[in-house]
Write a protein that binds this ligand. Sequence first.
Ligand code: GLY
Length: 375
Amino acid sequence: MSNIGSGVAITYWQEVMKKLENKMNRMKDQIGEKCPHFAGEDGKYDNIHTDWWTSGFWPGMLWIMHDMTGDKAYRDAAWSWDEMLEQWLVKPTVELHHDVGFQFLSTAVIKYKITGDEDGFRRGLEAANFLAGRYNPAGQFIRAWNGDKYGWAIIDCMLNISLLFWASEVTGDPGYKHIAIRHAETTMQYGVREDGSTKHILSFDPEDGHYIESFGGQGYSPDSTWSRGAAWGLYGFANTYRHTQDVRFLNTAKRIAHYFISALPEDSVPYWDFRLPSLEGQSRDSSAAAIAASGLLELASFVPEGEKRLYADAAERILRSLTENYAVWDQPEHESILLHATGSGTSFIDVSLIYGDYYYLEAIAKLNGWKHRVY
Ligand code: GLY
């Protein structure tokens, strides 16, 4: 059982895990062959193209459930996803980009970690090679998205670089991790402000690598803090510390965590941006809350006993609020777990998003002693 969750609350988290198991059993049948991304008011997940960046999250949830319960039905449902995604590494698509980390860590790599499957291993490495190929040595960043923005890097990519740390670990080749570390340093230097708030898009000259400016991206403005971006940063720098033991990354994760925690509204679930001029009519982003909670649990596991509770308590407050105010438990026809997620200020507003569901499940699994790590 987890040594992160507080003793008194452990039964509560066990009960939540049980509820999640019931929910996931239903979702497995409801989602079936779909590749889910978002669900609107009717509670039905859509079925997007499997090259889209979110395609790894549903299979990732199935792998976590298999690992937690030993139930082979989850494993069977998750098994072929990495093969399905592999086709996009060889077929023409404009969708595959820096987010191969999200897509292959929660399919190929976790499959390999749990089952030892050699195809999962190979596909994970293929994806790592693809990601490494996006590195710009002049600017020392991994390029975001496709199109002609060759000089863009984004805070979200801090989660994707775990694929490179994994590739170095399993091959013994430090080249992958050098790229990951350089990218993290660049994001730390230009993407995290002194007060721990974060920027979304960083723009560099792709020829000589100098930093030009930042853009608001999915957040409100260049000077604001997109709450999910902050959550990606928090979790990503915590992982980077785990992979490197470099205290600069731990301190950066802490800085973002302190900003994130102190900027939360009363129910511990952020609005989609922390620096909106007015909150009237603005939507929450439960996915940002779930990602941050999972990252805070990592952070709690790296710090001395006295500090641990700061991060673990914040994670548990967020997860309690999600469990009691944002999760759908009593409408069996509803396919998602969390309501009130927001993709950005202009798209997917106040919906359910599969990555919100993924990180919520991942965090609850951690509180119930789950030992494998996707990132
Ligand atoms: N691409 C990651 C996100 O929208 O959060």
